[in-house]
Structure formats: structure tokens, C-alpha cells
Design a protein around this ligand. Structure first.
Ligand code: FES
Length: 108
């Protein structure tokens, strides 16, 4: 068994030059919200869920993005309710949130 049941990485990369990036699409707020929800649900820690910051994940055209391991499930989201759904459905119950999946062909 792996140390964490689920590991979610949020890209927080900022591009001041105006190119697509997650930081300018609410990534920090989503990260903070996810972290607090995971903690409030008692999911944080070994055997549970770890929420981490990441640099650019090279899928910027879908910004903001996050990825859940070990499944390698990629998400794009717009508001705290989306994050709540990822926490409740995927991180708590192991069911990916189909409506928030990042399309397979989205790159930089
Ligand atoms: S800036 Fe977030 S994936 Fe590239």
C-alpha cells in the first residue's frame, strides 16, 4: 500500500506575460479550499490524502488544472463547489468526477 491513498497536485504556476496559466485562473484559492476541506473531512495524512502545490504541469490550455494519483486523473475546475465535489466523490469515495475531467488532448 502506498503512503497516501490519494495524492492531489494543483498547478499554481504564474505567467506574468499573459499566456495561459493556472495562477490567474484561481488556482491558489482552489488549492487552499481543497486543503481545508480535506483537513475538515479528516482525510489528511498517511493512509489518507495529501494536497500539494505543483509548478507547471504542461496542460496550461485547460487551466486551472489538478491531477490525482495513483489514478492519474486530471481535472479542470471553476469554483469551490467543484473542489468540494472532487474531495467528496474522488478523494473520499474513490469515484472520479466525470463532469470535471480534463479532455485528453489538452496540452500547453
Ligand atoms: S500553468 Fe498550470 S499547467 Fe501550465
Amino acid at each position: 500500500m502506498s503512503y497516501y491513498r490519494h495524492h492531489i497536485f494543483f498547478c499554481l504556476n504564474d505567467r506574468p506575460n499573459g499566456e495561459a496559466c493556472c495562477a490567474r485562473q484561481g488556482a491558489q484559492q482552489a488549492f487552499d479550499h481543497c486543503k481545508s476541506r480535506v483537513k475538515a473531512e479528516g482525510l489528511a495524512g498517511p493512509g489518507g490524502v495529501r494536497v500539494n502545490k505543483a509548478g507547471c504541469l504542461d496542460r496550461c490550455a485547460g487551466a486551472p488544472v489538478a491531477v490525482v494519483y495513483p489514478e492519474g486523473t486530471w481535472y479542470t475546475f471553476v469554483d469551490p463547489a467543484d473542489i468540494d465535489e472532487i474531495v467528496e466523490s474522488h478523494l473520499k469515495q474513490g469515484q472520479p468526477v466525470e463532469r470535471l475531467l480534463l479532455a485528453a488532448d489538452v496540452g500547453r
